[in-house]
Design a protein around this ligand. Sequence first.
Ligand code: DAH
Length: 331
Amino acid sequence: MDAQELETEAASAVARASTLSELDEARVRFLGRKSPLKQALREVRDRESGMALNAVREAIEAAVAARQEELERAELERRLAEEVVDVTLPGEATPRGHLHLITQIRREVEDVFLGLGYRVVDGREVETTHYNFDALNFPHWHPARSRLASLFLNGDVLLRTETSPSQIRVMEESPPPIYMISLGRVYRRDTPDATHSPVFLQVEGLAIDRGISLSDLKGTLLHLMRALFGEERAMRFRTHYFPFTEPSMEPDVSCFNCDGSGCRVCRESGWIEMGGSGMVDPALFEFVGLDAEEWSGFAFGLGLERIAQLRHGVTDIRLLWENDLRFLRQF
Ligand code: DAH
């Protein structure tokens, strides 16, 4: 076997190898245990030819190592080019959440009253019959006291049926003048349907000062309604009865949908009922030890779901709390 010929042959095989596995094949063929070179090395008897064969082996090994480096670099470059990240491509959009419609309305109402200098006060969802009924001047026979109408926890402890107990607590805790609203959940023993929910939200308002009159109540609610339903709104008040106000009135707002001419939203009347209101009954002042000769005030209570339903045409109150994102995303 001609050593020089072998080296040339190996060099060209190595150079031809275009992948790492082809290179490995060439390495095995020329340097492997069964290669002619290794066989010749095993049979070598004299120093001269041993040195010559080893020189050939080293040359082939060097050629393989050099080619291996070349191929690896080429492979690395290929992958770098292929896997390059295009930072100018649009990213994957992260869905962005937003506030629940009722929370939005809650904040709108809070903003309106903070702008008028009112405090926002937390009430209690678990109340006693004293605060929920007695101190609010509910007669002993009032149907709301029934276990069929309200959710009692035990004895005289119940889930509040309205936010009005916060009126009593605020009057007990801070001397007038008082300008406060209190928003939160209230509970009634109602079977859920399109217009009833056993849990819903109210906003309670209370203003106590010297010389507060009915026109203050009217102006304040008009301001709120215009903020919620548009500057064109008008209001009217219908007499009503609530145990804790005298006189009591139900405020109506002119229909924002038809502007008073009559439509489905206002049931053809041109007016929409918004809740309850009135002048604070002097009996409440007596309960909390305020001088009814010196102080007077107004109060109101409105349903937040009702505001949302009217303004956005939501016909079923249950939709607001089912948390179907397809529904909630609209607002
Ligand atoms: N608490 C009443 C209800 O839940 C609403 C209400 C009426 C609140 C008149 C008031 C008010 O503060 O003055 O039906």
